[in-house]
Ligand binder design. Structure first.
Ligand code: ZN
Length: 381
């Protein structure tokens, strides 16, 4: 542990106006001062002061000149100095720790993984602190640490707790406090699909969408929601539990004993089960489906239809600008697009099917840890 006197220079304290300008530049890229002043609804003088302060902090710089056909005077563009600060992001599974270091543009600078030595919360906090110390050693301005995991994350009586993290066997675990007491940086802990959502909203396919729904598909299904440009986690951290709605058909029994819920069809394990094979055979089932084998194709078709139903519920409830589907288990979308539409069509209420914007932004497992780093960044900015 580092004593206060040995503290490295950390993320600077900023006031709201500075944070808003920085956030706009981080999310939307280079802007001219004129454009920034208009977007922030502040005077040119105020904007110049804020820009100057951010330049003094080393976080932004002025660079390229923008020539406009309609305005006489060329204006200098303000941009973020992406390399000025660094963030560590972690994803915990039941067995392993995955970590990345990102810069201010959420570009992954370094990746790291190791098995968890123990799943005891204190031991996991020790391990996160040790890895953070190593991967942030020598980086420019280590600003914050983000951690994500499956489970509900919320605050009770001023203490942030992780509930129902089934892979780790945790409940009422104050992970943020445990990690924060071992490092000299701010720590953010989030649900893993919430972190994926945070990453896509600021740096991915969700940029510009003030209302957004993101599905993470894999061993389970989770949803992340953005409303009013903020990631929504709910009153108890439970937002995005979408797996147990009942649909037509019969598939794999879920943890609650349903044979006809979303989990029975849409998870990778259910697709395997419904194609008549073991959980570990997903790649083989996928290959069979791609070769046109009817049993495998049927399992993916059921998954696609169930996903359509889930998406329709979100569209009816939240009315998002865009829906993103990501994770290891998105293959049903491409294999059975018509069944996805069928599921949507069955549930959409007075919504034109073609008005639902669905995108598949692609996926790498490091997106979780990167999203955790972005969640940490969002807390500061
Ligand atoms: Zn169920």
């Amino acid at each position: 542990m580092t004593s206060a006197s040995e503290r490295r220079p950390g993320w600077p304290a900023m006031y709201d106006g500075q944070r808003r300008v920085l956030r706009d530049l981080i999310v939307h890229g280079d802007r001219s001062r004129v454009e920034l002043a208009r977007r922030m609804d502040v005077s040119r003088a105020s904007l110049s002061r804020i820009t100057r302060e951010l330049i003094d902090l080393g976080l932004v710089a002025e660079g390229a000149i923008q020539y406009s056909a309609t305005r006489g005077r060329p204006s200098e563009l303000v941009h973020v100095r992406a390399g000025a600060a660094s963030f560590a992001g972690f994803k915990l599974t039941g067995t392993d720790l995955y970590a990345v270091v990102t810069d201010l543009s959420a570009t992954v600078i370094a990746e790291y993984e190791e098995p968890l030595a123990s799943t005891e919360p204190e031991a996991v906090a020790d391990q996160i602190a040790a890895v953070a110390g190593r991967i942030l050693d020598g980086v420019p301005l280590a600003a914050a640490i983000g951690v994500c995991l499956a489970g509900d994350v919320f605050e009770r009586d001023g203490v942030q707790l992780v509930e129902r993290s089934s892979f780790l066997g945790w409940s009422s675990t104050p992970l943020r406090d445990l990690v924060e007491s071992r490092v000299d940086l701010p720590v953010t802990v989030s649900n893993d699909v919430v972190s994926l959502t945070a990453g896509h909203h600021w740096f991915g396919a969700g940029v510009g969408a003030e209302t957004l729904v993101v599905y993470g598909l894999g061993a389970g299904i989770g949803a992340g929601v953005v409303v009013h440009d903020e990631v929504h986690t709910g009153a108890h951290g439970r937002s995005g539990h979408v797996g147990h709605s009942r649909v037509e058909g019969e598939g794999r029994p879920c943890a609650l004993g349903h044979v006809d819920c979303i989990h029975s069809f849409v998870t990778m394990g259910s697709i395997c089960f419904n194609a008549g094979v073991d959980d570990t055979e997903y790649d083989a089932v996928l290959a069979r489906a791609r070769a046109g084998e009817p049993t495998a194709l049927a399992a993916f078709a059921l998954a696609a239809e169930a996903l359509g139903v889930v998406i329709a519920d979100a569209v009816n409830t939240i009315d998002p600008e865009k829906v993103l589907i990501t994770g290891e288990g998105v293959d049903m979308v491409g294999l059975a697009p018509e069944r996805l539409r069928q599921g949507l069509r069955a549930e959409l209420e007075q919504v034109d099917l073609d008005s639902v914007v669905i995108e598949l932004p692609g996926f790498s497992f490091s997106d979780y840890a990167r999203g955790a780093a972005v969640s940490a960044m969002r807390e500061l900015i």
